[in-house]
Design a protein around this ligand. Sequence first.
Ligand code: RUQ
Ligand code: CUA
Ligand code: CA
Length: 632
Amino acid sequence: MTDTHDTAGGNSTRTAVEDDRDPLFARIPRRDFMKAGAAAGAIGSLAGCTNLLDEGETTAAADVDASVPPGELDEYYAFLSGGHSGDIRVYGVPSMRQIMRIPVFNVESARGYGFDDETHEMLQEAGGYTWGDTHHPRVSQTDNQYDGEWLFVNDKANGRMARIDLEYFETDAIIDLPNQQGTHGACALMPDTRLIFGVGELRVPIPNDGRDLEDPSEYGSTLSAMSADPFDHEWDVRVDCNLDNGDSGKYGEWFFTTSYNTEEAVTESEMTASDTDYVVAFNIPRIEDAVDAGEFEEINGVPVVDGTEDSPLNDGDEPLVRYIDVPTNPHGVSVTPDGEYAIASGKLDPTCTIIEVDQLNEVDDANDAIAGRVNVGNGPLHTAYDGRGHGYTTLFVDSQVVKWDIEAAVDAEMGSADPVIEKHDVHYSPGHLIAAESYTGDPQGDWLIVLNKLSKDRFLPVGPVFPENDQLFYIGDDDAGMELVKDTPAYPEPHDASIVRADRLDPASVYDPDDLALEFISPDDEDNFIERDGDRVHVEMYNARNTFGLEDIVVQEGDEVTIRSTNIEQEEDILHSVAIPQHNVNIKLAPQETREVTFTADEPGVYWIYCAYFCSALHLEMRSRLLVEPAD
Ligand code: RUQ
Ligand code: CUA
Ligand code: CA
């Protein structure tokens, strides 16, 4: 029997799901469950948990303590993408307190990111775009475990990948991928982060130089591979279809992506015309052999290997790329912790398809690697793992998370719903979800975050732009079932996250000056000076509570001025900044950090230089003057 009960936080307002203008909803029959609820006149009972246990079994609420009292620290870091805010947000789990933001593709004033010369040049050299769209933050691993070194994330807007240094929690490199428009999926090659992949979503001519504008059959997309450190673009593989989400196998061989546009189409109706699309499986060692053997075309300076279906490299028994048919327009793909299966979520089809990774080397027809197909419900988008043999799949249309048994799904008939263990309402339309260390070989199996869109009535109204709703579940008690413990409003809009045990990271709290490119400026007189070379002025000055190393900086109208400054504080958390707002100067300086900034002093006048970080009781008095003398 089906046992339905309310949970705290259950809510019956489901306008998002019932909106018949929703293109997904229009395609998919409503779940029987909703009809049954409506017939009983008990819409309220739809909210909460549907526990599909055998008759006689009971559901007991798990005894979950998700509180983290003042002064105590969380057990996990969660790195959430900020979507088209362009940043990464760092949360503590289970408190869901937002601890920090890391600007990536956006300019951000509190951290002075994009203002000092180094970060400004990094953003300029990566295309000079003013924004990006982060989706998939992935932390580096060694031996299928998080190693806490790097975090990589895509830019779905501009076709870029970024690397974040987890010692300093700052973006330190960005690669603009020239043969890719819209990098969607992002993931490292497991087990050891030997390569980083950006998955190209939007089909374009390659190179996109004005050729084939009107001939979409000539468009293609690429999987781009980068080395982790140094962060360099290594090669691309070209395919004809589009590529969407991606995940790595666990043993360095296969990389999986979904494709929803095997029709090679341009419009929505054309892209959904076919009954099937692909999971595309890339054999990375074979692709590398092809690169080494010179079997590529160089396009925009990048070796591009032909991985299309008709490519001669895909002939024979060692194809570079295998194409597996799955029901129309799939979305997420993720590999189980043991590396045995790649599971693709159906999106327009109510199933998840289970591909047996090892079979890809055995079977002639790639479709014979399909080991199972489970009916999970309407609008399945992404699947996460608890390490106990369960998949957790978001159902965008049903506004639910469904927990199911992976081996039972392999054993069951294709399309059976029997492997489903439990469905739990979320609020509302969930996109991604992530369980603690789900992407590793050893998920922790306790916490699950579901990233919901269309949160509607969950928070105080704030006008027509709504926050998203990130919901925390406890999933550690299989008898009690999933337990919703927290709603967390999120600024638009997180897509994916990685949850990492706190003890796997070891961030610095003060800069090591040896790690920085610019030389440390001490308070000694000879370290603090103004030097002129024609109309180029170079200034060096330290800063500390509550002073800058120079009282006045006198320059001439029209001078190009570079100010370099070191925060000489040794004490944690004493930050200063150098702000000259009228010249758009705003650099932050953490303890022992040196930065520089270059600007043109184009208007004569007196300009106060101030420190924007509240650093002491005399913080307002911490200032200096820029005096720009009129040109004669
Ligand atoms: S993809 S949930 Cu990048 Cu699903 Cu957004
Ligand atoms: Cu230094 Cu405020
Ligand atoms: Ca399609």
